[in-house]
Design a protein around this ligand. Structure first.
Ligand code: SF4
Ligand code: SF4
Length: 377
């Protein structure tokens, strides 16, 4: 099967049509906002998981009539899409699952309940503690019962293991594509990488998606052989999640002559090393252990993010690091201090940017990014 990046661009539109058909036939759709939501549970319930994270500026003005202006644009965009009924994936969702990650998001979910049924999981923020894992296991069991009740299905262990294997394979396939950029020259630009990682979250056909991912990996690996060397500064992007619509920093880095070779954020590599342990007896424990490991800044402390960043700087042979914080995202903003220290200790140039989804700061961002790239020797 010949696969190219345009195939990934069309996933969102194609899925929308499939989801509409599936809804007409009685299948349920469950919307999710965060990497902590175990999509395996939704798949095991026979429903379609869809990603709802807002990455566009368009609905923010509407959101600001309800939410404070001084709130992360991702939260405002997500709520704005719901309030204006302009996201078809939200529109089709029978149920929305949220988590208590950051304060802005968890309070927004309380307000969103007026628009759609929202189920919020209590996420512990200290994953090194046994009691935290126990609580998270209980939360996943509570989610299982809720989905069974709300969707009128039975989630068997067998179905859960099947879904776990599907998601494990998919994660491995995305990692294999991302890892191709460890080579010099990298095969994918940051925009290409984002197209693959972001678009896949909209797929309603897991089997087809896995075939596409494996096909793309093989084609890219083959195309890499014999490629001419074009040396560009290799940049690692870390910080808040980015999607198509909120990709301005990736664009600016690449327009300035750099290449985003990897993204450590949760729309990129943050979850790609995590696999559920299929040797365990209880699929819920396997899921709980995996999801508790996600190194989001809402965890305190958050050592795995620093381990991962250090390894990524080495393995992707990075020349500089850009750390993007969405305005009013306190956890990533505070963590930027330690990220900066780590990057500088590795002898690399580091740039911390604080921005929103608007284009008002494009010129300032451009100047700062150009100055960073000039520091790359
Ligand atoms: S950055 Fe953290 S809270 Fe935000 S979507 Fe990713 S995992 Fe969830
Ligand atoms: S980017 Fe930060 S503030 Fe915004 S939803 Fe994610 S963790 Fe919360």
């Amino acid at each position: 099967m010949s696969v190219n990046l345009e195939d990934f661009m069309s996933i969102r539109g194609a899925s929308l049509m499939k989801i509409k058909e599936a809804k007409d036939e009685g299948q349920k759709v469950v919307g999710v906002y965060c990497a902590y939501c175990p999509r395996e549970m939704i798949l095991a319930a026979g429903a379609i998981p869809v990603s709802l994270c807002g990455t566009s500026e368009a609905p923010i003005a509407a959101a600001e009539t309800v939410l404070p202006r001084n709130l992360c644009p991702l939260i405002k965009s997500s709520y704005g899409f719901a309030a204006t009924d302009t996201c078809p994936f939200f529109h089709f969702s029978d149920l929305v699952i949220g988590e208590t990650t950051c304060d802005g998001k968890k309070k927004m979910f309380e307000i969103m309940q007026d628009i759609k049924p929202v189920y919020v999981m209590q996420l512990p923020h200290l994953h090194q503690l046994d009691a935290a894992l126990e609580l998270w296991v209980k939360e996943l069991r509570r989610l299982r019962s809720t989905l069974e009740e709300e969707l009128d299905v039975q989630i068997t262990d067998e179905k859960l293991w099947e879904a776990i294997r599907t998601v494990n394979d998919e994660t491995m396939a995305v990692k294999a594509i991302s890892d191709l950029n460890k080579m010099e020259p990298p095969v994918l630009s940051g925009m290409d990488l984002l197209t693959v990682t972001w678009s896949r979250s909209f797929s309603s056909d897991r089997e087809k998606l896995l075939t596409m991912l494996n096909g793309l990996q093989q084609e890219l690996a083959a195309s890499q052989q014999g490629q001419a060397r074009v040396k560009k500064p290799r940049v690692l992007l870390t910080g808040c999640p980015v999607g198509l619509g909120s990709e301005k920093v990736i664009r600016l880095v690449e327009e300035a002559g750099g290449l985003i070779v990897a993204m450590e954020n949760c729309s990129g590599y943050k979850t790609l090393e995590l696999q559920s342990d299929t040797e365990l007896d209880d699929p819920i424990i396997a899921l709980a252990q995996k999801y508790m490991e996600i190194p989001c800044s809402c965890m305190s402390p958050n050592p795995y993010r620093f381990e991962l960043l250090e390894r990524m700087m080495e393995e992707f042979r990075v020349d500089a690091v850009v750390d993007l914080t969405w305005q009013a995202c306190h956890t990533y903003n505070v963590e930027a201090f330690e990220v900066g220290n780590l990057v500088r200790k590795k002898g690399l140039p580091y740039l911390h940017l604080e921005s929103d989804y608007s284009s008002s700061d494009l010129e300032t961002l451009k100047i700062r990014i150009e100055a960073l790239l000039e520091m790359v020797v």
